[in-house]
Design a protein around this ligand. Sequence first.
Ligand SMILES: C[S@@+](CC[C@H](N)C(=O)[O-])C[C@H]1O[C@@H](n2cnc3c(N)ncnc32)[C@H](O)[C@@H]1O
Length: 316
Amino acid sequence: MSEPNQSRPDVHIPVLADEVVRLLEPRAGETYADCTAGRGGHAARMSLAIGAGGTVVLNDLDGGCLDAARLAVEAGGSGARMVGFRGNFADLPRRMAEGGLAADMVLADLGFSSTQMDDAARGFSFMREGPLDMRLDASRGETAADLVNALPEAELAGIIRDYGEERLARAVARKLVAERDRSPIETTSRLAEIIRSVVGVAGSGRIDPATRTFQALRIAVNDELGNLESLLESVERGAMLRRGGSVAGGWLAGGARIGIISFHSLEDRIVKRAFARMCESGLARALTRKPVEATEDEVGMNRRSRSARLRVIELT
Ligand SMILES: C[S@@+](CC[C@H](N)C(=O)[O-])C[C@H]1O[C@@H](n2cnc3c(N)ncnc32)[C@H](O)[C@@H]1O
């Protein structure tokens, strides 16, 4: 498994930006759909290539990110038309089809942005004292504290094992239940201390022992794997509609290129399987035979890029 992604990015540079542009191959006048607009780094780059006759669709669960992405694209000065959606990318295909938008290129750069990680109040980081929240959309849904304080021990252990690939998942879950019986676990630092008391303390150069359990809870709180699967099903359905000759109702243009950047092996496995299935059934062809990884130079500038894996297909 790739190392779980809990590191702090050093600077904001969109990951694998050159590779995304090279593989998605934006052309003047095309429509680019960014499922995870974040701070708009990829979108700004893509908008320059598609220019004033093109359309940039920006989508993010986080309203603050969506605003930042809009500003970044505007600042690029491409003149491309912008359409913004605040919401889950699992709903983006439907919203685009309803709006009569068909994407020539789609990108999902999964996970969270550095702004979200660095904001202690969002509760993503075990390195910052904050409320145990972890919701990408802070306006709805259960927080990490809700799960940690309410789920049965076996369910907690399952989440920590399956989404964090934590060897000591059962012991961590047992300790969490014992601790929450004393008093509810409400903060990132208390959770991190409890995990470290079971898994041990990191030595130099090793990842923090809290990394895997934090990753697991974030994935569960935001149903990250379910949303990814739903997006990939929509890509497959969109491709089938195209192959069936339907022009109306689809959210993907003929020959659309779809890129997904994942940051841990659970996500990458889902993308790999879905893309392979579409290629085997002749709906798409792979533009990346193996996942594209960041160069040493990029990792030197942005530590987060070390676990990024980009896979791209093109609809046939
Ligand atoms: C790694 S950042 C994207 C960075 C972006 N590519 C850029 O260039 O700045 C991931 C973004 O995806 C958003 N996100 C994660 N899961 C999402 C989902 N299911 N639906 C919509 N947005 C999501 C997060 O809020 C975050 O802003």
